[in-house]
Each structure stands twice: as structure tokens, then as C-alpha cells.
Design a binder for this molecule. Structure first.
Ligand SMILES: [Zn+2]
Length: 415
């Protein structure tokens, strides 16, 4: 039994649905074992979820000869999610099912400094094309997830004082999509989305984890005790703007001197390689030179690794994670960069903090952000309290869509 309470109100239909979404339950017998609820109560809960289209029969034990199905699963294909992972210079948009499996996606270049209207119009166009490609329509959309390369006030979905996102300060991203879609919109920082996706999909056993994104800039997502840690104002993990040096250091994009990313961000490596006469335009050009073994590029990558490594080692001493995942475009540089990071982290951090510490590259790679947003969005849309409210308000025989059209922030049911 899950909470040892003997069941009861803790296991409303929403909590029952969560057991299916998490893969813990497939049958009535599983539910009896996990919840301690009476069989009659379980049947009632299942009937409500089944009628709302949230559960469907599963596998060969599906309804035959008039007998009720004995195995169920979460109805992941009952709708779709629209996801946009907005980076400083890249955009990846996807349509996923309700369990976060990508059905269609496209990626391309982007200039986030062009401002919210230009960027979100580009996202919107991509969403329409992807919906068409996956044979879905706007009314199938149950939620929109957007990640941006700056701090976000998570409760309102507003961007807060972003250093590199010109024109975005205070912009209401959910408000923009509310003009086009009637579903909830969730907004988070890009690195938070990556950390959430990587932990949930690949490393669920690691409950204290850092994800370091090395792309155009440098950022850090924090999973503390199994939960995403965003900080008081959504600015937790701003590793890129921790000072590495003072007077005489390079000027950072944020206006300060000697920040970590002024040495180790993709833009800084481009700057340094150009100064040495190399023709590089993007972080992927930098990675190509490093992987080709070009001596200047390899030396700069190793130095960048050491700079980032120093910031990570401070974070490791302070936070004691069991896993550090390196993601973002520059993670493709592999050994020179990782060697620099490992060298400094294991040398500088306290032995107790590094005894069981793993440092590795992202498994989800360029899909980490999209996956994280979709999983996060699913957790919000199908949160037990939201499901209980939606089903309770509309009684057991509610129309399928009513069960899931619950907004994230004000909890009103969207008409
Ligand atoms: Zn800075």
C-alpha cells in the first residue's frame, strides 16, 4: 500500500489515474494492493476515469464477449501537447502525445533577441505545421509548454529580467497563446526543462542532480530531493554569471566582468577562435573544430572545461548531488571539455561530496528540453486535484475533454 493510510479520500480518481500514468498499476488487483480501497470503490473510480476517456483498455485482456476489461492504461493518445524549446539561437518545436512521446518535430535557427512577437509567431507557425503533419487539429491540444533561455516566474509564466532576451522582460507568454488556443500554457527556463526531462526519463534513481547546459551560454538546472528547484524568483542555478575572475577579465553579455560564460560559453569560444583567425559562426562550428582535433580549439575547450569545472565544483560542495549531467551543444565536444570539468571537480571538491558523484553527458541530448516540458505539462494537466475537480464538477459521465481542460494557474475549466 502506498501511503499506509488504509486508503480513503487520499485515493480519489485523480490519484488512481496517477498510478496508471506512472506505470504502477494496470489492473483492479494492482489498485487493491496499492491503495487498500474496497473493490466497489475502485470500480467506481475506474468507471469515472473510463467514461472521461482518461483510461482505455490495454492489451489482449481488452473487453471481449461483453465482459468488462480487466487491464487499463492511461489514454496517452487522447490528445496532444505542443512544445517549444526556445534557445538563444535555436528553436525546437514538437507535437507529443499526452505521455510526452514525440509525434512530430522540427528544429531550426532563431534569434531570441528579435523579441517575443517575432519569436512566438515563428513558434506558432511551426505548431500549425506540426499539427497538420501529425493529423491533429487545435482542438486536440491539451496543453502548451514553452522553455525560454532566461529566468521565468513560474507561477505566471512571465519572463523576468532576462539578460540576453531583449524585449522579453515581463512578457506574458501564456497570454500570447491564449489568443490562439483554449488550453493551459506552461513556461519554464530552458535548463530547468532539460534537467526535469533528463532526471525523469533517464535517471529517476538520482534524486539530487545538476544539469549543466553548455550552449551559447552556460546554465544549470537543479533537481533537489526529486523535485525541480527554481528558487525564490526563478533564477536558481545561474551558473554562467558567477564571477570567475575580476579586473582584466573579459566583458560578459550581462555587462559584468569575468563571468563563467565570458570564458566558457559558446559565444566566448567563438570570440576567442575568431581572434585566432578561425572562421566560426556558431557553437556547432566550434564543436566541429574541437572534434577535428584543431589545437587552438582543443586548448580552449579544455580551458573552458576547467572554468566551468570550478563553478561546478563549488556547486557540488554546496549541494552534494549524486549526478552531474552535461548537456547543450558544446557537450558534443566530448573529451577535451569533459576532461577539463572532471579534472577540476574531483580535485577541488571535498572527497565526501565526490565519493559517489557521476559526471556524464546528457542521454536525451537535443530532445531533453522538449521531453522535460512535455512531462512537466502532463504532471500539471493530470495532477490528482485537477482531475478530481474536473470529474467532480461534471459528475461521472462527463464528456472526455472536460476531464483534462483544466488551466494551470487559475484552475478554472476552460469552456
Ligand atoms: Zn555575466
Amino acid at each position: 500500500m502506498i501511503n499506509g493510510s488504509g486508503g480513503g479520500e487520499a485515493f480519489g480518481p485523480g490519484a488512481i489515474l496517477a498510478l496508471f500514468r506512472q506505470g504502477q498499476a494496470r489492473t483492479r488487483a494492482d489498485l487493491v494492493r496499492l491503495t487498500g480501497l474496497a473493490r466497489s470503490t475502485i470500480t467506481q473510480r475506474l468507471d469515472a476515469l473510463f467514461a472521461a476517456g482518461l483510461l482505455v483498455p490495454d492489451g489482449e485482456s481488452a473487453s471481449t464477449g461483453g465482459r468488462p476489461p480487466t487491464q487499463f492504461k492511461f489514454n496517452a493518445s487522447g490528445g496532444v501537447l505542443l512544445i517549444a524549446d526556445i534557445g538563444a539561437s535555436h528553436l525546437r518545436c514538437a507535437v507529443t502525445d499526452l505521455a510526452g512521446i514525440v509525434l512530430a518535430e522540427e528544429a531550426g535557427g532563431l534569434d531570441v533577441a528579435a523579441g517575443p512577437h517575432v519569436v512566438l509567431d515563428q513558434v506558432s507557425t511551426s505548431f500549425e505545421a506540426l499539427l497538420r503533419a501529425s493529423g491533429r487539429s487545435p482542438k486536440d491540444v491539451h496543453g502548451i509548454g514553452t522553455a525560454v533561455p532566461g529566468p521565468v516566474e513560474f507561477a505566471t509564466g512571465r519572463v523576468v529580467s532576462p539578460p540576453i532576451m531583449t524585449g522579453w522582460d515581463g512578457f506574458d507568454i501564456p497570454g500570447y497563446f491564449a489568443e490562439r488556443y483554449t488550453c493551459p500554457t506552461l513556461v519554464d527556463n530552458d535548463v530547468n526543462a532539460m534537467a526535469f526531462g533528463e532526471q525523469r526519463a533517464c535517471w529517476p534513481q538520482h534524486r539530487d542532480m545538476l544539469l549543466i547546459k553548455l550552449g551559447t551560454g552556460v546554465g544549470c538546472g537543479i533537481i533537489a530531493n526529486g523535485e525541480l528547484y527554481r528558487g525564490a524568483r526563478g533564477a536558481a542555478g545561474d551558473l554562467g554569471h558567477i564571477p570567475y575572475s575580476g579586473e582584466g577579465g573579459p566583458v560578459c553579455r550581462c555587462g559584468n566582468i569575468g563571468c563563467v560564460e565570458a570564458y566558457a560559453g559558446g559565444w566566448a569560444l567563438i570570440r576567442d577562435l575568431r581572434a585566432l583567425g578561425h572562421d566560426v559562426q556558431s557553437s556547432s562550428d566550434v564543436v566541429r573544430l574541437i572534434r577535428a582535433g584543431q589545437p587552438d580549439a582543443v586548448r580552449l575547450a579544455r580551458q573552458a572545461g576547467r572554468v566551468v569545472g570550478q563553478a561546478i565544483s563549488d556547486a557540488v560542495s554546496f549541494f552534494n548531488p549524486s549526478l552531474v549531467v552535461i548537456g547543450g551543444q558544446l557537450a558534443h565536444a566530448d573529451e577535451p571539455l569533459l576532461a577539463g570539468i572532471r579534472e577540476v571537480v574531483y580535485r577541488r571538491s571535498l572527497p565526501l561530496a565526490t565519493r559517489d558523484l557521476q559526471i556524464t553527458t546528457s542521454k536525451l541530448d537535443e530532445r531533453a528540453g522538449v521531453t522535460g516540458l512535455a512531462l512537466m505539462l502532463g504532471d500539471h494537466i493530470f495532477a490528482p486535484h485537477a482531475i478530481d475537480r474536473a470529474l467532480g464538477a461534471d459528475n461521472v459521465n462527463s464528456h472526455p475533454e472536460n476531464a483534462t481542460l483544466v488551466t494551470l494557474h487559475d484552475q478554472e475549466t476552460v469552456p
